[in-house]
Design a protein around this ligand. Sequence first.
Ligand SMILES: [Mn+2]
Length: 238
Amino acid sequence: MSNTFFIADLHLCPQRPDTNDLFEEFINNIFLSQGETLYILGDLFEYWIGDDGAEKLGYSTQLELLSNLVDKGKQIYFMHGNRDFLVGADFSASTGIKILDDPTQIELADKTCLLKHGDDLCTDDIEHQKFRRMTRNPSWQNSVLSKSIEERLALASQLRQMSGSSYKPSEIMDVNEHAIEQTFVDSNVEILIHGHTHRPATHDYLINGDKKQRIVLGDWHKGISYLRVDEEFELVHQ
Ligand SMILES: [Mn+2]
């Protein structure tokens, strides 16, 4: 009941009804009975053109599912990914989901944990890092959000081609190990949890003599995928 769950990279969109079904199954059959807190670490949505465009994109069912969880007393947190970076304050106000900075540090099961989406750890993907700087710039975001929904839809399809990291795992570059080491040194956390690379695994490190762990969340291309934490950290990927 009091478990904490982490998910990422569902890439929900109306064109993928199977993933929408998996998400609903996860919420109703797993999280609702076992979970207390849900962290969504980015790319919940395949694309997001602003909170006022959610209905137009066909996300109403998912938003209702999530806001029902908040109504039931669950804590839901959302961190931006490289697809849904335009999720904003209206989304948060209407669902009751709290938006987290990337990175965010928490304590869980007596461990210090750093939560990230993970795309800024892929420093070898120079093109993506350029894309990220552009799309995370507040003035760029404001100028996009001032356009009509139709204009933003057109822009979104351009950006999806530009983003360099398609949904296919084989085309996504992995994290840079120096970036990982630096993240552990800077934050001094015991566990780093992130998604984005679609390479679910637990990696062990020894940084300056200290044991560290990096837990990578999986995508939902083939099935339900999550990290569940009570006293232990259990990565479940189908
Ligand atoms: Mn991503």
